[in-house]
Design a protein around this ligand. Structure first.
Ligand SMILES: Nc1nc2c(ncn2[C@@H]2O[C@H](COP(=O)(O)OP(=O)(O)OP(=O)(O)O)[C@@H](O)[C@H]2O)c(=O)[nH]1
Ligand SMILES: [Mg+2]
Length: 186
């Protein structure tokens, strides 16, 4: 047996090559009503989309396993309603390791209100990794990229452009947040 094969066999018998480190982390999606939070979760978890708008009442938790190389990360995704009822939100935020801040590229006010969503979140869980998600890229854009860059810059985070409808950028947004969360835990 060659020495490489021998090393490989040793790794397998010791379990090193077989096992990924596994983590489970709660994340939240925040942003105004109708920006596409539920649709992003549906696209990410089920690879489906619907044009129908059913306001989220209460909260829904979905699970998505992502592969980050030597780490397997299970995201428990909390889809929080987009209404301004911060007493309710507090309970949803508890225990979250990070969040996607979602706005709608067709409505600039949804970008401006992200600051309040972030502040609400940080009041409950402290500063945690965020990714700014600018959704509905398949529609005609009203929000300019420099406005996104300015808001994201003021939060010290990156932004990702997505379409829950076409799927563009959706997996990347969840992956990016997952990566950031795991970097924090190192
Ligand atoms: N064209 C297009 N429509 C989208 C996209 N994402 C969501 N929508 C539509 O926008 C509407 C609202 O989407 P939801 O995912 O329910 O929005 P939400 O942020 O969960 O809304 P709340 O639960 O009220 O907070 C629905 O009609 C969706 O079909 C997208 O990327 N492109
Ligand atoms: Mg919803």
């Amino acid at each position: 047996m060659g020495s490489l094969n021998l090393i490989y066999a040793c790794l397998i018998t010791s379990g090193v090559a077989m096992t990924k480190r596994k983590f489970i982390r709660k994340i939240c999606l925040l942003g105004d009503g109708g920006v596409g939070k539920t649709s992003l979760v549906r696209r990410c978890v089920l690879d489906m989309f619907s044009d129908e708008y059913i306001k989220t009442f209460g909260t829904k938790v979905s699970k998505k396993v992502i592969d980050l190389g030597e780490v397997e990360l299970t995201l428990m995704i909390w889809d929080v309603l987009g209404q301004k009822a911060s007493t309710l939100h507090e309970a949803y935020y508890k225990g979250a390791y990070g969040a996607l801040l979602v706005c709608d590229l067709t409505r600039e006010e949804t970008v401006r209100s992200l600051e309040r969503w972030r502040d609400d979140l940080f009041q409950v869980i402290g500063e945690k990794p965020l990714v700014l998600v600018a959704n509905k890229s398949d529609l005609e854009r009203v929000v300019k990229e420099d406005v996104l860059a300015e808001v994201a810059g003021s939060f010290g985070v990156d932004f990702t452009i997505t379409s829950a409808k076409s799927g563009d950028g959706v997996d990347e947004a969840f992956l990016e947040l997952g990566r950031k969360i795991m970097e924090e835990s190192d």
